[in-house]
Ligand binder design. Structure first.
Ligand code: SF4
Length: 124
């Protein structure tokens, strides 16, 4: 059970098996990735930085986000979400935003949303 100071909930990773990947699919959003993570991901995929940028990243201002794939109207998946296996296909090289879920500052003031999204969230 994972806990983080400042949060009123904990995260039970065992529940991920019963989830269809709610943290990687849903409404369109940004999955931020920094320069260091971009380099790591290119190495992980064994492709050039240019290929990674063209195929998998979108530039938003001066930052990069992973691209999304539209599944249905208003339902998107991260480009690296394996729809059949219902899991991340780059798990070892996923960005910090994914590694730190569900302990995001945003959820401190929007706790209801994290409970609705993630079956692994438990009250402390
Ligand atoms: S990189 Fe992996 S963990 Fe992060 S949103 Fe995409 S599929 Fe999910």
């Amino acid at each position: 059970m994972l806990k983080e100071k400042g949060y009123n909930y904990c995260f039970d990773a065992n529940a991920c098996a019963s989830c269809k990947g709610n943290c990687c699919i849903g409404e369109s959003g940004y999955i931020w990735i920094n320069k260091e993570e971009i380099n790591k991901l290119a190495q992980h995929l064994d492709i050039s930085l240019d290929e990674l940028r063209v195929k998998y990243l979108k530039k938003v201002g001066y930052k990069y986000s992973l691209k999304e794939v539209q599944l249905e109207p208003n339902n998107y998946a991260c480009t690296f979400f394996d729809i059949e296996k219902r899991q991340c296909s780059i798990y070892e090289a996923r960005p910090t935003q994914c590694r730190t879920f569900p302990f995001w500052e945003y959820f401190k003031n929007n706790e209801k949303e994290v409970y609705e999204e993630c079956p692994a969230i438990k009250h402390l």
